[in-house]
Design a protein around this ligand. Structure first.
Ligand code: TXA
Ligand code: MG
Length: 354
């Protein structure tokens, strides 16, 4: 199959909607990351999303709708807590998990009785859903396990030959996937942090629990958050989080280089002058973790393209959008965090030198 890449406009939207109606799958831009959509009522089309991505079929898809009135076509009930979030944050980069209507096929939600629902803020995304005339289940449009795509070229790199069309809406504004919050639990439960932050959610809802998998590995209750049990966001390079000042990252960099690795440091812009002639990229500046969120996946893909095999990346504070950045970085690094006390033996193991 040839994969067409078309700028999003009236003509390409018409073509995309026709493909969806024929049971095909199409990649489209949103304000968070690119999505890979199908007709929610066409089970074969939904299944081909899982095949194209290489995604385990028990990992539920988020169902996208264009307007608030359409939420009740997907959800069986809308509790007050959900209504508060809808009023405050939708359209926007948030997904609410609610009881599922039986009309929504089980293959969409990995056989769960709940469904994640999102109204994208991106106008092109909403025009696409409107043109299709049905709710659109869509995961991020990357190969399973890779960093989510924040540009049409990222989608092309992963899915060329596997899907007929990518609608190109330029670079994604937010850069990390939507906040996912379940309203099916007694206390609202944050399953995946995003740029609608924990602090913003508690302002509206009062108490919100944070699922233990947000910042931890291990066999915590994974049933509530199926997506979190899989390998995520991994470039080919080994990603290592450095929870220490940049001179410590430089020391580890030099050790990796001496051992024939091709390392790179990803750090705060203000501290890059101390990196001297070592290879480096700026993750963010002015302590603005929204910038880190926007840059992270693009940088992780770029280091692979540039042939680096070892990434020393700064930890970020876990307040506000920083929580979403640490959540993605921890997964990209398989929860590998080192600090100034990490010795060379430990580093050797991490770098697989022995
Ligand atoms: O920003 C986004 O959310 C993007 C764009 C395309 O909208 N989509 C996205 O989808 O990131 P995906 O499939 O890559 O991630 C969906 C996450 C997974 O971790 C999944 O387990 C969780 O949401 N999820 C979906 N439905 C759920 C449900 N009913 N209960 C619990 N978690 C759910
Ligand atoms: Mg994804």
């Amino acid at each position: 199959m040839t994969t067409e890449l078309l700028k999003i406009n009236k003509d390409s939207l018409k073509k995309a909607a026709e493909l969806i109606k024929q049971g095909q799958i199409v990649a489209f831009p949103t304000e968070t990351v690119y999505g890979l959509g199908a007709d929610v009522f066409n089970e074969n089309a939904v299944k081909s999303i899982f095949v194209a991505k290489g995604r385990p079929d028990d990992n539920p898809l988020i169902v996208h709708v264009a307007k608030k009135e359409d939420i009740k076509k997907v959800a069986r009930e809308i509790p007050l807590s959900a209504q508060l979030l809808i009023d405050k944050f939708m359209p926007g980069p948030i997904t609410i998990v609610l009881p599922k209507r039986k009309e929504i096929p089980d293959c969409v939600t990995g056989n769960m009785d709940t469904v994640g629902i999102r109204i994208p803020e991106h106008i092109g995304a909403r025009e696409f859903i409107e043109a299709c005339g049905c709710p659109i289940p869509a995961p991020s449009a990357n190969s399973s396990g890779k960093p989510s795509p924040t540009s049409a070229m990222h989608v092309f790199d992963d899915l060329e030959g596997k899907i007929p069309l990518i609608l190109d809406g330029g670079d994604c504004d937010k850069g990390v996937e939507s906040t996912v919050i379940s309203l099916c639990t007694k206390t609202p439960l944050l399953l995946r942090p995003g740029v609608i932050t924990y602090e913003m959610l508690t302002d509206v809802l009062g108490k919100v629990d944070i699922h233990p998998s947000v910042l931890n590995d291990g066999l915590v209750d994974k049933a509530a958050s199926p997506g979190m049990k899989y390998k995520h966001y991994s470039p080919k390079a080994r990603v290592i989080i450095v929870d220490a000042p940049v001179d410590t990252a430089c020391r580890f960099y030099d050790f990796a280089l001496k051992n024939n690795k091709k390392p790179i440091i990803i750090w705060k812009e203000e501290e890059l002058e101390n990196v001297l002639n070592r290879k480096c990229i700026s993750l963010y500046k002015n302590s603005d973790t929204l910038i880190a969120a926007k840059n992270l996946f693009n940088i992780l893909r770029q280091v692979d393209k540039d042939g680096f095999d070892t990434v020393f990346i700064t930890s970020v504070p876990t307040s506000d959008a920083g929580l979403s950045v640490m959540n993605r970085m921890l997964r990209a690094s398989a929860f590998t965090v080192i600090d100034k006390n990490t010795d060379e033996n430990k580093l050797k193991t991490i770098l697989q030198l022995n």
